[in-house]
Design a protein around this ligand. Structure first.
Ligand code: PMP
Length: 756
């Protein structure tokens, strides 16, 4: 770009405008080169642009729009100056470049910019934008209407190619999330919205503020034909970016806007997404500019704030935001209906055997990553849901599910690329010996199939099960789930089941027990050879109890020596949750013969699998077909692949190790602080905190655990309780859980336990 010859610039301005120019100083600009012109007649802003036919038409149209605004009495906007020929757009030469130029009167006051908008600016800005909205309704300028601008919220798709410039996939996912919402929830509404010419860029760098809080708007170069609500969304976005309270921050602006130009309910309903889309476009543009224009600091100006905003915005209930905005525009909050009525329907439609969590049940409505939102607009930090493994509503998973469903969804009776790709990929995560996979749709079905495989291979009946283990809701599943058959409503142990004891800190003398030796004696006493040994590496329903170090290698060896096979139930512990290990069996240094997978595998899409050796798989080839209607279908395989992609690209196993490690340290701090906290245990993001009534011998603090769980819920945090006495606080959040989330959880636990 040629360096401007200031002297010749000054003389060109003098010639065209008849001004007595005293100085010309270069200013910063995003996509134009700007100069401040000081003349005896006053201060002016000169904007210059590389000449194109389209731009020439756009700049002329822009000047006509400014004339409309000025004619309708709006003074606090930038005022164009016409040259001697009455033209607002003229040509100027810098070096040997012919440029298009506009001259504006310099407005009094200073650009708000990095000082940030003050509370006092919000009302006048809201009113000004609303007046502009009213004045421009019905104004048509083809050059502006045809404009395709990446800053126009309607054109968010233009930013999709810039996603690749966002380096951290953990950040990129927020943009992908809001872009997907834009595609599914916003775009279909656009034909039904009021559309007109809007300023389109009411950010603090385009606002001039005087001493008396009077504000003026400059830079109409991003005007576009777009839904009117986008004007409000853009202004609100920049206010919220700089606000401590993201929900209430923009209220004065919205109120003032609505007093002049009220928005409709359907427009308000889109503000949550539109505000986010603006921030997303901004971070896409700055990520791209970092690579393509590394010296342009102005292109990065909103970047840190926009990222902080996006991380925060996903943690707030969209309903809460919509209600706050509705209130600002004078509408009643949305009616969530009656909890009582909803409970009545539920009770009428199903059995009370399906329980609800918490003293007062939650009516869940939506979710994002590690956050869940209820019908009242409350947000919850989800510390208890290991099914949405990579995060609730993760855009990559939604994308995989939607696009695969549009193509085909067919079962395993056909050769499909999806099945081959996913099965190869999944098996790649296992030791070489585990090289056959069967897909089903629930952990229970996987347990059932695992027991059938074991039986087919060994022809034996007895199954050794870990104490307090849970493996599924089918008859076979319950029969091997001590947690169920020995728990409330259970009908006792099947005669073919042998129980393997696990540690229990409440049992006296437990620390000195030789668990393997006890099990060996039980098996010998039974006198039969086992078909299988089944256990989780960390017994979840038992209260997050890790099997003792060195126990599984001995058990596996012994079971195999008696002809049995060893099953590892990785429904809860698999897919990187334990941090240092992708599978829980790796933690114990063993290689099972059969592995059961479920919950996290499809991030909520019902997927499960059994992985085994070719020897066991061939014992199952008896002539009887194995078929699962849904297991391994093309859509499930696409979803399963997407889950693995996200685990890898976002480094979620590593995150589980890091955040889980910090969280465990925090929980151990509570153990040191409170007598009621007996033990913190687990690995990665699969942790438990056991609560007891102090004294010797210690007794389980079941009620305290329930109180803590309910108190945390009141504080917007979801945890579960489990263990034989329901006295263990169970923590198993989505793996995108952050260090701040972990700190927040520990602080809330501390407060809830302090309350006794
Ligand atoms: N195994 C374990 C360890 C589980 O935790 C569960 C479910 N809680 C199952 C099996 C059964 O899985 P599903 O609910 O998908 O049938």
């Amino acid at each position: 770009m040629a360096k401007p010859d200031i002297r010749s610039l000054a003389s060109e301005i003098k010639e065209s405008f008849g001004l007595t120019v005293e100085s010309v100083t270069p200013l910063q600009g995003y996509d134009s080169r700007n100069f401040r012109v000081t003349a005896r007649e006053g201060e002016f802003l000169l904007k210059t642009f590389p000449e194109t036919q389209r731009l020439c038409a756009e700049l002329s149209a822009e000047s006509r729009v400014l004339e409309v605004l000025i004619r309708s009495g709006i003074e606090n906007i930038q005022q164009p100056v016409a040259d001697g020929n009455g033209a607002y757009v003229f040509r100027i030469t810098i070096g040997n470049e012919q440029l298009l130029a506009q001259l504006f009167r310099f407005l009094e006051g200073g650009i708000v910019g990095s000082d940030g908008l003050r509370a006092g600016h919000l009302e006048p800005l809201g009113e000004l934008l609303a007046n502009i909205g009213v004045a421009l309704s019905g104004v048509h300028e083809p050059a502006i209407e045809a404009r395709i601008s990446p800053w126009d919220l309607r054109q968010w798709r233009l930013s999709v190619p810039s996603l690749k410039f966002i380096e951290d996939p953990g950040d990129r996912k927020y943009v992908e999330f809001f872009f997907r919402r834009a595609s599914e929830l916003v775009d279909p509404q656009i034909p039904f919205l009021r559309q007109q010419i809007i300023h389109g860029d009411a950010n603090e760098w385009n606002v001039i503020a005087g001493e008396d809080e009077k504000v003026s708007l400059i830079d109409f170069g991003d005007m576009c034909f777009s839904p009117l609500v986008n004007e409000v969304a853009i202004a609100a976005c920049y206010v919220i970016l700089q606000s401590d309270d993201p929900v209430a921050g923009a209220t004065p602006l919205l109120r003032a806007y609505s007093s002049v130009n009220p928005l409709e309910e359907k427009e308000i309903a889109l503000l949550y997404d539109l505000i986010a889309i603006r921030a997303c476009i901004s971070v896409c543009r700055s990520a791209r500019a970092r690579t393509e224009m590394p010296d342009n600091e102005y292109a990065q100006i909103s970047d840190p704030l926009a990222w902080a905003f996006l991380r925060r915005w996903v943690s707030i209930s969209p309903r809460k935001i919509e209600n706050a905005f509705r209130e600002a525009f004078g509408f009643e909050p949305l009616d969530p209906g009656s909890l009582k009525d909803d409970l009545k329907v539920r009770r009428a439609n199903t059995s009370s055997a399906l329980s609800l969590q918490f003293d007062e049940p939650i009516r869940m409505e939506s979710a994002a990553f590690q956050y869940m939102f209820d019908a009242e607009g409350n947000s919850y930090l989800d510390c208890y849901n290991n099914i949405p493994h990579v995060g609730h509503c993760h855009p990559r998973i939604v994308e995989a599910l939607a696009s695969a469903s549009l193509k085909i969804n067919t079962n395993t009776r056909y050769l499909t690329r999806e099945f081959n790709d996913y099965s190869s990929r999944l098996l790649g995560y296992f030791p070489e010996r585990l090289n056959k996979v069967f897909f089903v749709n629930s952990g229970s079905a996987a347990t059932d199939l695992a027991l059938r495989l074991a039986h087919a291979h060994t022809n034996a009946e007895a199954v050794i099960v870990a104490e307090h283990g849970y493996h599924g809701n089918t008859r076979a599943g319950i029969a091997v789930s001590h947690y169920k058959y020995a728990g409330r409503g259970g009908t006792g142990r099947d005669e073919n089941v042998i129980e393997a004891p696990i540690p229990n800190i409440l049992r006296e003398g437990d620390a000195d027990r030789d668990f393997f030796e006890e099990l060996r004696m039980r098996i010998e006493k039974k006198g039969t050879n086992p078909s299988a040994f089944i256990a989780e590496p960390i017994v979840g329903c038992g209260g997050q109890v890790p099997l003792p170090v060195g126990y599984l290698p001995k058990v596996y060896e012994y079971v195999r020596s008696r002809g049995g096979v060893c099953i590892s139930d990785e429904v809860q512990t698999g897919f990187g949750r334990l941090g240092n290990w992708f599978w829980g069996f790796e933690m114990h240094g063993v290689e099972p013969d059969i592995v059961i997978l479920g919950k996290p595998m499809g991030n909520g899409h019902p997927m499960a699998a059994v992985v085994t050796t070719s020897g066991i798989a061939s014992s199952f080839e008896t002539g009887m077909e194995f078929f699962s209607s849904f297991g391994g279908n093309t859509v499930s395989c696409a979803v399963g692949s997407a889950v693995l992609d996200v685990i890898e690209t976002e480094g979620l196993q590593e995150n589980a190790a890091e955040v889980g490690g910090q969280l465990l340290t925090g929980l151990q701090g509570l153990v040191r602080k409170f007598e009621e906290c007996a033990e913190a245990r687990g690995a990665g993001l699969f942790l438990g905190l056991e609560l007891v009534e102090p004294g010797t011998p210690a007794r389980p603090a079941t009620e305290l655990a329930s109180r803590v769980k309910n108190r945390l819920k009141e504080r917007g945090i979801l945890v579960g309780t489990d263990g034989p006495h329901d006295n263990v606080i169970k923590i198993k959040p989505p793996l995108c859980f952050s260090l701040e989330n972990a700190e927040h959880l520990v602080a809330a636990l501390e407060a809830a336990i302090s309350e006794g």
